[in-house]
Design a binder for this molecule. Structure first.
Ligand code: FAD
Length: 374
């Protein structure tokens, strides 16, 4: 739609006016208010990844990355909500039956249904193949049993993308949060992305129809999980570029001003060194994200590795930049409500979600062996 923002400059202006100034409050109140969630719908940001034909913004992947970078610069909690929602929307668009697509995509595109991604369990995180939730066949449908943990948006989501074991392997299911037997409990006090309204979700003998199954029965790990995590990882990588950018801008503004009667902090070489690292990191991380986005737009399978690399670099660089941003601000950066300490807490989360730093180190090393085998 023509009145919706559709480029980096416009995304940035909206984030500066409507999201960044309130991010501290979202963090403190551990919630993003309904009014902001509705506004994301007006902006077309819930449906950014979906085609215009179903009411989405139809952004290409490079532009989607720019949107998630700008939102991540303003507020990692809002970006996290958009990330998991985009993952669910992508899953329905790629693997949904005609009925599932017709029913859910227009609602997901407008944000009238918010999606959450339910993979992690109390005993299974990085090792997703070890999930123990089950969906047992009964009367032509399924009985879903199990518990999911740390589900972003789980407090407010309407549509849950749930992974469970059937007799054939791991399968994906679309489950409404309002469905009988779905029990959610808020998770508060997380280190970072505190506004992203996490929940624990139990599925207590949920009776699902056969139409709840999304994609091929038993093959979700190789299809839906991998495809959707790739999208989530790309979004998180871009969000990390935003965190580094925010750290750089805050660090430069503070050190240019601060210095008392002698000379500003910006005149000290050791201060400039920290900013130099941020400037270099943000440029490199942005280029890696762009490369991953361009490969996605060309549907080149090399995007998978490019996205691992982008996320690994951007998330570790964001943690470093946020730590240095606190350092540059001294006690002010450690103070309640200061953006630098929020960046620090949010950045650390990025090294854990969508493939932890260690899991990426294992994966990316494969690339070195591939090169030597050529
Ligand atoms: C804020 C937040 C939001 C989240 N949102 C969601 C969500 O919406 N949906 C969802 O399904 N999950 C969500 N999660 C869960 C997240 O996906 C998991 O935390 C992540 O997959 C890691 O799993 P884990 O926490 O169980 O850690 P573990 O897998 O137990 O790992 C613990 C540590 O061991 C390391 N490790 C694990 N395996 C290896 C290995 N083979 N070699 C070397 N080191 C290893 C890890 O890197 C990590 O440092 C969220 C988590 C957080 C913190």
């Amino acid at each position: 739609m023509s009145d919706r923002p559709h480029g980096r400059k416009e995304f940035r202006a909206v984030v500066d006016a409507e999201i960044a100034p309130h991010a501290g409050r979202f963090d403190r109140e551990q919630a993003v208010p309904d009014s902001v969630l509705r506004r994301l719908g007006e902006l077309g940001w819930w449906g950014a990844i979906l085609p215009a034909g179903v009411g989405g913004a139809g952004l290409d992947m490079v532009t989607l990355g720019e949107l998630h970078e700008e939102v991540g610069r303003g507020c990692s909690s809002v970006r996290s909500l958009l990330t998991v929602h985009s993952m669910v929307a992508y899953a329905v668009s790629q693997w949904g039956s005609r009925e599932q697509r017709e029913r859910w995509l227009p609602l997901l595109a407008r944000g009238e249904a918010v999606g959450a991604f339910c993979l992690t369990e109390p005993e299974a995180g990085s090792d997703a193949a070890n999930i123990s939730a089950t969906a047992t066949r009964q009367d032509g449908g399924f009985v879903l049993r199990g518990s999911k943990r740390w589900i972003t948006g789980g407090q407010i989501a309407d549509l849950l993308l749930v992974f469970a074991r059937t007799g054939r392997g791991v399968s994906a299911f679309l489950v409404e949060r309002a469905h009988p037997g779905v029990v959610t409990r808020p998770v508060n006090g997380m280190l970072g992305t505190r506004g992203s309204m996490l929940a624990e979700i139990d599925f207590q003998d949920c009776l699902l129809g056969p139409d709840a199954l999304l994609g091929p029965d038993g093959f979700a790990l190789a299809t839906v999980v991998s495809g959707v995590l790739d999208i989530g990882r790309y979004s998180v990588a871009c969000g990390c570029v935003g965190i580094i950018q925010a750290c750089m801008e805050a660090g430069a503004a503070f050190t240019a001003e601060r210095g008392g009667r002698t000379k500003p902090l910006s005149d000290h070489q050791l201060v400039r060194r920290l900013l130099t690292q941020m400037v270099t990191d943000v440029s490199a991380a942005r280029l890696l994200c762009r490369q991953a986005g361009e490969l996605k737009d060309r549907q080149d399978p090399q995007t998978i590795m490019a996205t691992w690399i982008a996320k690994y670099f951007a998330s570790t660089a964001a943690t470093r930049a946020a730590s240095d941003a606190v350092q540059l601000h001294g006690a002010a950066g450690c103070s309640p409500g200061h953006p630098a300490q929020r960046y620090y807490r949010d950045a650390k989360i990025m090294e854990i979600i969508e493939g932890s730093t260690q899991i990426q180190q294992i994966q990316i090393a494969e690339e070195a062996y591939r090169w030597t085998a050529r």
